[in-house]
Design a protein around this ligand. Sequence first.
Ligand SMILES: NC(=O)c1ccc[n+]([C@@H]2O[C@H](COP(=O)([O-])OP(=O)(O)OC[C@H]3O[C@@H](n4cnc5c(N)ncnc54)[C@H](OP(=O)(O)O)[C@@H]3O)[C@@H](O)[C@H]2O)c1
Length: 388
Amino acid sequence: MRALILNSELQTATVQRVSAPRPGPGEVLIRVHSIALNPVDALYVAHPLGATGRIVGSDFSGTVVEVAHDPASPTDLAPSQRVAGFLQGACSINPRPGAFAEYLVCPTDLVWRVPDAVSFSEAAAVSLCALTAAQAVFYRLGLSAPFSWDTSSGDQREEVAHGDAAAAGLVRFFIYGASTSVGLYAAQLVRRAAEASGREVQLIGAASKARFNMLRAAPYAYDALVDYRDPDWPSQVREMAGGEGVDFGYDCISEGSTVEKVTGTLREGGKVAVVRSREGRAWAAENLATEPIYGAVWEGLGADVQYYGNMLVRASREARTFAVAFYRWLSDGGQLEANPVRRMPGGLDQVVSDGFALLGSGLVGNRDGNRSEEWMRPISAEKLVYDI
Ligand SMILES: NC(=O)c1ccc[n+]([C@@H]2O[C@H](COP(=O)([O-])OP(=O)(O)OC[C@H]3O[C@@H](n4cnc5c(N)ncnc54)[C@H](OP(=O)(O)O)[C@@H]3O)[C@@H](O)[C@H]2O)c1
């Protein structure tokens, strides 16, 4: 099969022919139709952790070819069903194969069935970012989820909260980077949390002004928005939140001073989640009123992942159980609209030259674009997707 293969010496990836994988017990073989790009895919090709020869890439959608049944984990997956999921390709030291290939294998319970009304392109844009947002909203910040998962494994990290963490009444939730892929799903999931708890939610977001109309409309339905380019946005958020500050903040950028500023919008006792770790040094902040909660989406895979310098993302049975429950909710018609997608030309061969060039390997807040093709415009509230 054709696959996008890491060359860590040259800090790039090239399309090569490699053997197609075979599914082991409890795994499904999938013919990949579409892939979606995430910043990590480009980052760890430019600054490789993995060895040459690894298959790059995370998000995919495709068709089931073969199911290798495991009596210990029964599945109703069958050939020709449309599914989506993500792998952790070449963003770690341990040799996990990625998704940017014609075929891949994945555990049967870590894919979700794609409804007929959702295209392969749209489906590819869901799995990694929607799970990241779900982990933050339900698992780390503790808002009520529209599905349940087994919390009895006892291996959750200290800061993981369960149940609706705010006491009563109106919940004020602020999303910084509301037009990011993660932020677009987070807003929808905060709305699902409000329905699950019956509590009223005030949703406040920070985005560029150009995205305000989109974010005020369904399915995001922001109550209030601030322009992240206006230096006064933190005090505007506090004011919109009745002067006391918000109950929850989710910083979907977590670069430079954003974490400090987002934390500054919290009420006393409020909680904040971030998408990048302190150790990664994309952001720095001292003397915060509360320590931001970080977690990696890879926790959902349920395997130890050696990544980001010496950082180890420990296997967590509960995080995996959560991911399985979230994907089951999606399979069963869970109400979540796929993010807008930009269908990129050229398939696998142009992922590095175009897609990775657009994503860059630096900060999300500091991408530079100097190409004139129509599909090379800056990324704004859109996921880059390739058909394979
Ligand atoms: N912890 C995890 O496991 C995990 C998982 C997924 C992603 N992430 C991380 O989360 C971050 C976001 O990823 P993504 O895929 O959601 O990004 P993305 O969709 O590529 O982000 C693009 C958006 O960022 C917005 N933006 C750029 N600079 C901004 C700033 N200074 N303030 C506010 N918004 C800004 C742009 O908004 P405008 O167009 O409106 O200007 C644009 O819509 C990345 O660092 C990614 O690596 C972490």
